[in-house]
Design a protein around this ligand. Structure first.
Ligand SMILES: [Zn+2]
Length: 303
């Protein structure tokens, strides 16, 4: 009998750990050239599976890197076209009209399902009147795909005229405005029903002021989630270390921390009523990305 007992015990112990974790739709992933140096596409996919990620939205620099993740993972990986088409692209993408041509080709290919992440930084640019920016907004409208936007300024009023003037474009607002507080985020969401806000990178290591050092969620943010329960989402944003993107000499090890980032989010989600937490973790992304998922097979990871 003993071998049988050990056999059964072995099966129990070998049960995959992700079975315990609730399914998670991660709407903010990156797979960049300096990440592939340390994490292969298959390793990245394995880490998402180990954390029970069932939908992953990925920006790559260059964009083809995001396609590698889809190839390794399947249709539950949703690649976005990144406007950063060369190694200095993050700094000067808005000065190069070729970005718009490349975005059109990418969307036309049927292999990309959105535009972004595009960074708008106060004091750096670009202005929303910029020709390249306007070209990308036109494409988001024409192809009916979301625009993933990272705004970083001291005021939500920076973004508000743009979302107001483009009500038919669906904006995914990265990091809930990065440095903004719940009052400003709420004001923008009130003004623009076409803005869906995500909370990637709001951890203490990056854009803090969201939860305290123990991970306890701030009460004013809880109130904001309750005010807009159907328009919040979140994601890991596996970029590490922060603030030093695209170095030439050291690789980005963000994918080594993807489980840690996701656990941070699971921890604050656990502080919310379970129905609200489920919306942010899974149901809201399923609605925002319905245009990708609404196929006969559905595209959430099922294995
Ligand atoms: Zn960002």
């Amino acid at each position: 009998m003993r071998p049988l007992v050990f056999g059964v015990l072995g099966l129990v112990l070998a049960a995959p750990s992700f079975a315990e974790k609730a399914p998670f739709a991660d709407v903010h992933l990156h797979y960049n050239w300096d990440q592939e140096e340390v994490t292969t596409p298959q390793e990245a996919i394995d880490r998402l599976k180990a954390n029970n990620v069932v939908l992953g939205v990925v920006s790559g620099t260059p964009s083809e890197r995001a396609l590698k993740l889809r190839k390794a993972g399947g249709k539950w990986i949703v690649p976005f076209f990144s406007p950063y088409i060369h190694h200095r692209g993050r700094a000067d993408w808005f000065t190069d009209p070729k970005v718009v041509d490349r975005a059109r080709e990418a969307l036309d290919s049927g292999r990309f399902f959105g535009i972004g992440e595009a960074h708008f930084i106060a004091g750096v640019g670009p202005s929303f009147h910029n020709e390249v920016v306007q070209g990308l907004l036109d494409l988001a409208r024409e192809y009916d795909v979301p625009f993933l936007i990272h705004t970083e300024s001291s005021s939500h009023e920076y973004f508000e005229p743009v979302c107001r003037q483009n009500p038919e474009i669906r904006f995914q607002w990265a990091h809930a405005g990065a440095r903004l507080g719940p009052e400003e985020v709420g004001s923008l969401m009130e003004a623009c029903p076409n803005v869906w806000t995500e909370l990637s990178a709001r951890d203490p290591g990056r854009y803090g002021y969201f939860a305290d050092a123990d991970g306890s969620l701030d009460q004013s943010w809880i109130e904001l989630f309750n005010r807009f329960p159907d328009r919040f989402m979140t994601g890991a944003d596996p970029v590490w270390p922060p603030g030093s993107l695209y170095r030439w000499d050291v690789a980005d090890t963000g994918w080594d921390r993807v489980g840690q980032f996701l656990d941070f989010h699971r921890n604050w989600l656990d502080q919310l009523p379970s129905e609200l937490a489920r919306k942010i973790r899974l149901e809201n992304p399923k609605r925002f990305y319905a245009y990708v998922l609404d196929t006969p097979a559905g595209n959430l990871r099922a294995d």
